[in-house]
Design a protein around this ligand. Structure first.
Ligand SMILES: NC(=O)c1ccc[n+]([C@@H]2O[C@H](COP(=O)([O-])OP(=O)(O)OC[C@H]3O[C@@H](n4cnc5c(N)ncnc54)[C@H](O)[C@@H]3O)[C@@H](O)[C@H]2O)c1
Length: 329
């Protein structure tokens, strides 16, 4: 058993990871400023309200608790917002991560798993699958902020100060299969919850942005990964750091996806089947900055973490999300 600090653990992916960590027998401290999270999503461990920008509070926390590792989810996540307010994103995501890393260094906490993103790759419609080594060319401040933190982790690892794994998620989706927690972003911008909101009458329709992409049905293709699969990967990653600590520092980055993509139209059609509801679909033009295709080469994580997605097929993703979302206000 390890004591794990989870900044951002009251958010969507963090709260599911907290459950998985608890089921694996770990002791958890969730640290979240509730800027976008929900205290009632924290179903295990101890909850402390606070910001990763608050160095004094982090200092007390690390002093009082014998933390073995950090799984760092805390960030602003909405790419469109980041274009409008870049400084807000750089402050929270980059300066916040730096403050957290400084506190870790001060208290000699060496292990960190970091939430990174496929957004570090930018727009690569020329590639079928995105592998970890390709050039990083984020196209918005959100993607830049995540890549900057990865660079900090890599450079700190080079000095021997930390052992870090950056997990680059593709499109996180799904819900706890027992329906206890799920995605509650406000405003919601992710496709699957938006589609299901159209199905339950919370939105008048669902819009498809772009039907002329170079994909089989002309709509964008994404690699959806179930949040429970994501959560299991975090448990594996942190346990790997704890079991095989490097004394000289280590940094690794892994895609978390399935190597399989679904088009927007496929997701909509499957959602109509799962819910049994026919809702209105409106076709619009492309949105600037939307890549036609984003699918992971997920071979590295399979080999390094001995991990495979188990619930990320489209039907299971939709069924689990629907079970949670149909009961939301
Ligand atoms: N959802 C996705 O599809 C996706 C894809 C790739 C990467 N990610 C990354 O995964 C992580 C979690 O994403 P999510 O979907 O669960 O988002 P989320 O908004 O639900 O969770 C983020 C949590 O961090 C907290 N937070 C934000 N700033 C903070 C701060 N300064 N101090 C303390 N807590 C703070 C929020 O209150 C929230 O609870 C993020 O880092 C995000 O960039 C998400």
């Amino acid at each position: 058993m390890a004591r794990i600090l989870v900044p951002g653990g009251a958010g969507f992916i963090g709260s599911h990871t907290v459950l998985a960590l608890s089921e694996a027998g770990h002791d958890i401290i969730v640290y979240d400023d509730l800027s976008n999270g929900h205290a009632d999503s924290v179903l295990a461990g101890t909850f402390i309200e606070g910001s990763i920008l608050d160095s004094a509070k982090l200092d007390v926390l690390f002093k009082e608790q014998a933390i073995d590792a950090v799984i760092h989810f805390a960030a602003f996540i909405e790419a469109g917002e980041s274009v409008k307010s870049p400084m807000t994103f750089y402050k929270n995501n980059v300066a916040g991560s730096l403050t957290l890393l400084q506190a870790m260094a001060k208290h000699n906490v060496r292990n960190i798993v970091f939430s990174s993103t496929a957004a570090v790759y930018g727009q690569r419609d020329d590639l079928d699958l995105l592998s970890e080594e390709i050039t990083k060319q984020p196209i918005n401040p959100y993607g830049h902020s995540k890549w900057m933190v990865e660079c900090m982790l890599r450079d700190m690892a080079t000095t021997g100060a930390i052992n870090a794994i950056a997990l680059r998620y593709f499109n996180a989706a799904g819900s706890d299969p027992e329906g206890r927690i799920g995605e509650r972003h406000e405003p919601e911008t992710h496709l699957i919850p938006l589609i299901l909101d159209a199905a339950r009458g919370k939105r008048p329709n669902i819009k498809i942005f772009g039907t002329d992409y170079a994909t089989p049905d002309g709509t964008c293709i994404r690699d959806y990964i179930h949040v429970v699969d994501l959560a299991r990967a975090h448990v594996r990653a942190v346990e790997l750091l704890l079991e095989r600590p490097s004394k000289t520092g280590s940094y690794d980055a892994m895609n978390l996806g399935t190597s399989q993509g679904y088009s927007v139209r496929e997701v909509i059609d499957a959602a109509k089947q799962v819910t049994g509801i026919d809702f209105e679909v409106i076709e619009e033009g492309r949105r600037p900055g939307d890549p036609g295709k984003l699918v992971a080469d997920a071979s590295k994580v399979a080999a390094d973490l001995n991990w495979q997605a188990e619930r990320s097929d489209l039907r299971t993703l939709l069924e689990d999300t629907w079970a949670f979302r149909r009961n939301l206000d």
